[in-house]
Design a protein. Structure first.
Length: 298
């Protein structure tokens, strides 16, 4: 399944990429936003595209090379987490930086094509790692963590109201057989929630899968690291644009830019989060939950 980037026009408006300057797409994924930025900064601007997932790198490289000229060093691609943004920027001497984009959403590739158990709708091994470099996958966590730890993950990262029952059922089930697949986990969640409460607009497994994915990849911790790195490398007058998809991410972004040492150096360009238009939602339903915030360094 092709990943359709969200809020592309809005990203270009708030990031305001112009030729001759350096920009970073910290979550390059399939290259949707990166391509739009690359086109906007031609012929003399430079793009640093960072992507954590090794499997996405070849296709991303091919897409960007069709827009930018590798021989002219218009773009550079690095496989890494955006938590390492500052180190990568300094290592490549990719400065000054005029703008940085973070799209914190889960890729369509991970849900539909990665076969790593991100989706509760497919029978796949419970992996959920964005990169092979991550030591423990989702099945490892389900096999090793205690009931209180599992409950805490589901409450903190999924805001799951039935976290206690689900955690207890996970621990009970693994004494009988390993929990190895996405369908194994879905069945455990199903058994932990009453039939009446399972009939809801949001699928009953959504929050648990979200929580487990966040725990495996340390997503919320990495968001804070990535944002801190971005504030340290972006130049005066430079912009940071962040797209989040759930309340936990958006809350981190809001609170981060409200802290004194950050608020004194950055001004918000978006009083309220920018959301997708009705037209975009009709074409790309996943854009419904997207929230864009933009900040400019003083």
């Amino acid at each position: 399944m092709t990943h359709i980037p969200v809020l592309v026009d809005e990203v270009i408006h708030y990031l305001h990429p112009v030729p001759g300057k350096n920009y970073i797409d910290a979550t390059a994924d399939g290259g949707g936003h990166a391509s739009a930025i690359a086109k906007a900064i031609q012929p003399s601007g430079k793009l640093l595209a960072i992507e954590w997932d090794e499997e996405l790198i070849p296709a991303l490289d091919k897409r960007l090379s069709s827009i930018c000229s590798p021989s002219n060093k218009n773009y550079v691609l690095r496989q890494a987490s955006y938590a390492d943004l500052k180190r990568i920027t300094h290592l490549l001497k990719f400065e000054p930086v005029a703008g940085i984009l973070f799209d914190l959403g889960l890729s369509s590739f991970h849900l539909e094509g990665s076969k790593r158990g991100f989706s509760f709708q497919h029978l796949e091994k419970l992996d959920m790692r964005y990169s092979k470099a991550i030591e423990r996958n989702a099945a490892d966590l389900l096999a090793s963590l205690g009931v209180k730890e599992l409950e805490g993950i589901m409450k903190e990262f999924g805001e799951e109201r039935f976290a206690k029952a689900i955690a207890a059922n996970i621990v009970r089930t693994r004494t009988k057989h390993p929990i190895r697949t996405s369908i194994d986990l879905v069945e455990i969640i199903r058994q932990s929630i009453s039939a009446r409460l399972r009939e809801h607009r949001i699928h009953f497994a959504t929050r648990t899968f979200q929580a487990l994915r966040i725990a495996v990849n340390r997503e919320l911790e990495n968001i804070e690291k990535g944002l801190m790195a971005a504030t340290e490398v972006v130049d005066a007058g430079g912009r940071i644009v962040i797209i989040s998809f759930h309340s936990l991410e958006d809350r981190i972004v809001k609170q981060f830019f409200k802290t004194d040492h950050i608020r004194n150096r950055f001004v918000s360009l978006t009083k309220k989060p920018v959301m997708a238009t009705r037209e975009e939602i009709a074409k790309n339903p996943r854009s419904r939950s997207a929230r864009l915030r933009a900040f400019e360094r003083k």
